[in-house]
Every structure is written in structure tokens, then in C-alpha cells.
Design a protein around this ligand. Structure first.
Ligand code: PLP
Length: 379
């Protein structure tokens, strides 16, 4: 491979994370619930790892529950928030550009009788806070808004939105899907003022199969899984200690290099945009996008699936829109009001702290080749 530029889809597991997982599996493999000394040590290691993830997120360890992925965190937050507020109302507010992990559980609730307001976005991918203010009702029980959009790299005004919701006097709980924001922007859940916040390991150089849900201290939620009472009784099931150890190691390393990584990704992003403007005028940014790691681009009139294949054949990995919903037209591009040719040609380039200029150079060469060999009408 010449260039892996699909880090919003998933990231390479860092060696320190892989080593931590290996150790947890082959040496410290004991069940944290076991009462003999090795089990107690495993329980201690689990709590130490929770502390490391909490430190990277800027919250207390007791506010974090481990889950299997960002999707699980999103589903649980949404379904449990409305369950908790069951007597208080049936109105939910979200945005038109959320990830499917948020859209789908909300759609399920809608089918069962909830009313849903989906805040629209403008051509820049931004919501209007007045729309939120106007949408709030006495019976609004949940507001779910993402921090960084996975397809556009736009940063939504979660802090301001959470303030509006708190001031409104509605019983609404505020959930934030921060899967794409974690370790890419400096923030803490408390600063944002949210009640619930989802993160995922595989976006930050931990393996797939681990995520976490932040639950604001003092907020009691119904459990996701009942059984042996692990995770404070909220998510029973023997803890996946290897994934958790890897997640903690990736978070520790990620926090130590976060600011440097953010600056590096911004530099690469600017470099990519400058070279595109100079050398591949057929490609343009869809939105300015404020996140350091995501660049939403379009080669208007071309088909992005063809483009992604041509680049892939040259060892350059990018994504045609969101990798999570291959083949289906993106609701995010539709919400922006992109024209059909802009939408068809849309693709996403995404960086990590490990991305290099050489990878961007390979991308630019690939795009130049695509522009020279593909024609809008035949692609
Ligand atoms: N939310 C956002 C914004 C995402 O980008 C993703 C994954 O792409 C998810 C949720 C789902 O996370 P996971 O893959 O860990 O289930």
C-alpha cells in the first residue's frame, strides 16, 4: 500500500496497544471477578486502564463504562435516555447528519410512537442554533448531536447546544456522539456540558471491538445488559480485558501526542488542499470542515466508486463517502443539498497522526492519473 488515507473508517493499531492486548491475553488473562490474587490483580489492571481512558477523555474513571464499539455506546445512550425519561415525554431532537448508529435507534423509537425533529444543516454542514431553540418542547426527552461529522469533518456547536437545552428547562438529556472528535479536538464532556458521550477504540489506534460510554456523574441509567453485574451493574458480561488494555495504551499514547498530532494533521490537510487547487482543479472541497483529520472532497460529475477503485489499484485508500454504508446514497450529502454530480463524485480523505506527506503525494498522483484517464460521462 502506498497511502492509507481512510483513518476516519479505522486506524492502524499502535504497537503499544497490541502489546498491551497480548500481555492481557497471555499473562494477565485472569477474570477480574475471580477472588484469588491473580483475579484481584486483573481487577486492579482493569480499573487502572479505565483511569487511562478517562484521563484521555478528561472525565472521572467512574463516569466511563466500556462497551463493544461506538455503535453500542450510541444505541445504549439513546435507548436508555428515553427509557429513563419515559414518563416525561416522547419528543427527540437530533440532526440530519448523524451517523447511522444514532439515526437507526432513533428511527426505531419513531416507529414506536416518538416524535423526532431532525435539525437541518446549511450548505456548510452547520446547524442553526435557533432551530434547536425553536424545536425544544416541554416533552423533549433527548437531544443527540454529534461533535465531528464523519463524512464532512464539520464540528457541530455541541457546547452551545447543550447550554440551550439545559437553560430550556425541558427534561431532555443531551447525548453526544464524539466518536470522530475523541483525541482529534481538545474537549472534555464536562466542558461540553453533555450527559452522555460515546467514543470508540478503533478510531484512535486501539483494536476494533472496544468503545466506551461516558455517563455524567450522578446520572443513573437503566443497564444495557443484566447478569453478573460487571461495569457497575450497567453492562454485565466478563470484561474484554485485552481490548480494554489496548484501548488504555492507545489512549495514553494518544493523549501524550495529541496536540502534536492535531497540528500535524492540519498541516497535511492544508498541504493536500493547496496541491489539489494547483494540480487537480477537477477536485474541490465540499465544505471547509474544521476537524483536523477529515477532508470531504468531490470530483464533480465523476463516479466516486470508480475513483476509489482507480486510486485503490494504485495503492491509495480513500473512502467513497462513509465506509459504514457502502453502496447507499449518503443522507449527509443529501442534507447539504449537493447537486447529483457533486454527490456522485464525493469522497473522503482522512488522516491520522501517522499519516505522511509521501502518502498525500501518492494521493495527488493518483488523482492526477484519474483526472487524465477518466471522463465524467464514461465514469
Ligand atoms: N459514530 C461516528 C460518528 C462514526 O464515525 C462511527 C464509525 O464510523 C460510529 C459512530 C460507529 O463506531 P463503531 O465503528 O465503533 O461502532
Amino acid at each position: 500500500m502506498n497511502a492509507y488515507l481512510d483513518n476516519a473508517a479505522t486506524t492502524r493499531v499502535w504497537p503499544e496497544a497490541a502489546q498491551a492486548a497480548l500481555r492481557a491475553m497471555t499473562e494477565d488473562y485472569f477474570n477480574p471477578s475471580s477472588r484469588y490474587p491473580s483475579g484481584t490483580l486483573a481487577a486492579k489492571a482493569l480499573e487502572e486502564n479505565r483511569r487511562k481512558v478517562a484521563q484521555a477523555l478528561g472525565c472521572q474513571a467512574k463516569e466511563l463504562v466500556f462497551t463493544s464499539c461506538g455503535t453500542e455506546s450510541d444505541n445504549w445512550a439513546i435507548l436508555s435516555a428515553v427509557q429513563k425519561n419515559a414518563r416525561r415525554g416522547t419528543h427527540i431532537i437530533t440532526t440530519a447528519v448523524e451517523h447511522h448508529a444514532v439515526l437507526e435507534p432513533i428511527r426505531t423509537l419513531e416507529r414506536s410512537g416518538y416524535t423526532v425533529t431532525r435539525l437541518p444543516v446549511d450548505r456548510q454542514g452547520q446547524i442553526n442554533l435557533d432551530d434547536l431553540q425553536n424545536a425544544l418542547r416541554e416533552d423533549t426527552v433527548l437531544v443527540s448531536m454529534m461533535l465531528v461529522n464523519n463524512e464532512l469533518g464539520t464540528v457541530l456547536p455541541v457546547r452551545e447546544a447543550a447550554q440551550i437545552v439545559k437553560r430550556s428547562g425541558t427534561p431532555a438529556l443531551f447525548h453526544c456522539d464524539a466518536v470522530q472528535g475523541f483525541l482529534k479536538l481538545p474537549f472534555t464532556p464536562r466542558e461540553l456540558g453533555v450527559d452522555l458521550l460515546s467514543i470508540s477504540g478503533h478510531k484512535v489506534h486501539a483494536p476494533k471491538g472496544i468503545g466506551a460510554l461516558y455517563i455524567r456523574s450522578g446520572l443513573k441509567l437503566p443497564p444495557l445488559l443484566t447478569g453478573g453485574g460487571q461495569e457497575g451493574g450497567l453492562r454485565s458480561g466478563t470484561e474484554p480485558t485485552a481490548q480494554i488494555a489496548a484501548f488504555a495504551a492507545a489512549c495514553e499514547a494518544g493523549l501524550a501526542r495529541r496536540d502534536e498530532d492535531i497540528a500535524h494533521m492540519r498541516t497535511l490537510r492544508d498541504y493536500t488542499l493547496a496541491r489539489l487547487a494547483e494540480e487537480v482543479p477537477q477536485v474541490s472541497p465540499i465544505v471547509p470542515g474544521d476537524a483536523p483529520h477529515i477532508l470531504a472532497l468531490t470530483m464533480t460529475g465523476y463516479k466516486s466508486e470508480v475513483l476509489v477503485r482507480v486510486l485503490g489499484d494504485r495503492g491509495v485508500c480513500v473512502s467513497a463517502g462513509s465506509a459504514c454504508h457502502r453502496g447507499k446514497p449518503s443522507h449527509v450529502y443529501a442534507a447539504l443539498g449537493l447537486s447529483r454530480p457533486e454527490r456522485d463524485g464525493a469522497f473522503r480523505v482522512s488522516f491520522s497522526g501517522d499519516s505522511t506527506r509521501a502518502e498525500v503525494d501518492a494521493l495527488i498522483e493518483g488523482l492526477k492519473y484519474a483526472a487524465a484517464t477518466l471522463f465524467p460521462s464514461m465514469s
